[in-house]
Design a protein around this ligand. Structure first.
Ligand code: MSP
Length: 523
């Protein structure tokens, strides 16, 4: 690899179907990807972060038909909902790809033509069953009591000529690849699931749909009677998005240093279809595909009406962007299923954010304002208790880096809260308000407040990826004039970066406490 590319990192989210408006599941993956992006940048990586929309296929065509408008107009309207939500959620993606863009269509057609010319794609008769919501074919033996084995909805019988990708020939290669690369599919339970799936013979993949049944898709370049199967089209977005196939592109820098974040329901498409497609195209599979769990809402599976209760814009209105980002990452281990409840949300805000973090911050700042006119005092004559706080911060800095590599967001937050806890304990133990009473204790008072503020500076750096605007505020209030996003954790994360003599701002509450008796039901 080119030496400049060693610290390159490419993050993608699934591209979301535009048959409906964005919901909490979409927000969840996108927030996780944003956090990883921001954190890796603070670690000094060059990161490319891609998200976008999946606009072809039967689901989208049907949604447009139901609204009585053409599919492209429908997509143009829906895509705005996604883009504006990402803006509100402070998502820092480098690019946004829509599968209806010509840059994408061109790449899909080029890949199809190339695979066809090399005999990787052939035509044959297809007799079987089709699930429209999943956009997937099933054989008779796949069905569960006559229904789709994935979503349990009814399926339609079809018999037609179609084009097939010779996926089956890559089965043993894929098994070997997964076995040799134990971080390719994570968490490990998902890796086992796919290895289990691959114990049965892998079939070839039907990659076309006759236009008489579906018009809304990318035309197959070698047979204009057909459009491309939406998944074959959609998976290619990840290479289109970084310029595969064109001269000037970031492709050579970022491929295959890629981490795909997905939900557990789209594991097979990303760890069986996608790597075999890449193998046929002649590209190395991605570094990692991480499948997260699903959210239930107040203990129930997400339905249309529950989707409204946790509509992301409403959550932001009620709780604020950073609290929503924090809750989703803190409440559940990434990879596991979790439950969203307003009670849990309010509890997290009041206890973790307002109480633990907010109080530590405002107590420390107001004492600097009160006792030192807001000028950061210098530390001197460190005692064991002072070094203890520093040691916790140094340990956490290393821990968080490892936890973020494992996408263990909730553990990383747990670690950051170890500093918060240590900071609160430190203030209680050193009792700066008592030191303020005697002039002779002023140097000691200065040391205690410096140490506390310094721990808060480290907290702001480590937490910035999770709660960007809160940490920007903390950073500025701590008198740090430097741009937060230009900091490097291995340099600026070192203890002692806070500058004595600089002025802190009067503290503004970071998180107002919420009244638990007035918990929103989103109605
Ligand atoms: N368009 C495809 C992906 C193509 S990627 C080449 C798709 N789109 S989707 O809009 O239906 O779903 C996108 C993501 O939302 C999936 O990763 C899915 O797991 C996630 N979620 C949908 N409901 C969810 C929850 N209730 N909880 C968490 N995530 C969920 O699939």
């Amino acid at each position: 690899m080119h030496p400049n590319f060693e610290k390159s990192f490419y993050i993608t989210t699934p591209i979301y179907y535009v048959n409906d408006v964005p919901h909490i599941g979409h927000a969840y993956t996108t927030i996780a990807a944003d956090i990883l992006n921001r954190h890796k940048r603070l670690e000094g990586y060059q990161v490319f972060f891609l998200t976008g929309t999946d606009e072809h296929g039967q689901k989208v065509e049907k949604a447009a038909q139901e609204r009585g408008i053409d599919p492209k107009t429908h997509c143009d309207e829906m895509v705005v909902r996604f883009e504006s939500l990402w803006k509100r959620l402070n998502i820092s993606n480098n690019d946004f790809i829509r599968t209806t863009e010509s840059r994408h269509k061109k790449v899909v057609q080029k890949i199809l033509q190339d695979l066809y010319d090399r005999g990787e794609i052939y035509q044959a008769n297809y007799d079987g069953w089709y699930c429209i919501p999943c956009e997937r074919f099933w054989t008779e033996k796949d069905l569960l009591e006559g229904n789709c084995p994935d979503c349990l909805r009814s399926v339609t019988e079809i018999s037609e000529k179609n084009y097939f990708f010779r996926m089956s020939q890559y089965q043993s290669w894929l098994i070997e690849y997964i076995e040799k690369n134990d971080r390719f599919i994570l968490p490990p339970s998902r890796r086992n699931e796919i290895l289990g799936f691959l114990r049965s013979p892998l079939e070839d993949l039907c990659i076309s749909r006759p236009k008489k049944r579906l018009k809304w898709g990318i035309e197959i370049p070698f047979d204009t009677e057909y459009v491309t199967y939406v998944w074959f089209d959609a998976l290619i977005n990840y290479v289109t998005g970084i310029g595969y196939g064109s001269e000037e592109n970031p492709f050579s820098q970022f491929w295959p240093q890629v981490t795909h974040l997905i939900g557990k329901d789209i594991l097979t498409t990303h760890t069986v279809y996608w790597p075999t497609m890449l193998k046929a195209i002649g590209l190395t599979p991605p570094k990692m595909v991480f499948a997260h769990g699903w959210w239930t809402i107040e203990g129930k599976k997400m339905s249309k009406s529950l989707q409204n209760v946790v509509e992301p814009n409403r959550l932001i209105d009620a709780y604020g962007v950073d609290a929503v980002r924090y809750f989703l990452m803190r409440e559940v281990s990434f990879g596991m299923d979790g439950d969203f409840s307003h009670t849990a949300m309010v509890h997290r805000i009041n206890s973790d954010l307002a109480n633990d973090l907010g109080n530590l911050f405002s107590r420390a700042l107001s004492m600097v304002v009160k006792y030192f006119d807001g000028l950061i005092p210098p530390p001197s004559d460190l005692q064991e208790v002072d070094r203890g706080l520093q040691e916790v911060s140094e340990k956490v800095l290393l821990q968080v880096s490892k936890q973020m590599d494992d996408l263990a967001f909730n553990r990383a937050l747990g670690s950051i809260w170890e500093i918060v806890g240590a900071g609160n304990k430190y203030i209680d133990e050193t009792a700066p308000w008592a030191l303020a009473k005697a002039e002779k204790d002023r140097p000691r008072l200065g040391t205690v407040l410096y140490q506390t503020l310094e721990s808060l500076r480290i907290i702001a750096l480590l937490l910035a990826a999770f709660m960007p605007s809160t940490c920007e505020k903390m950073w500025a209030q701590l008198g740090m004039g430097e741009n937060l996003w230009e900091q490097k954790l291995n340099v600026n994360g070192k203890w002692g970066g806070l500058k004595p003599g600089r002025k802190v701002a009067k503290p503004m509450p970071l998180f107002p406490r919420l009244d638990p008796t007035k918990i929103s039901r989103g109605a």
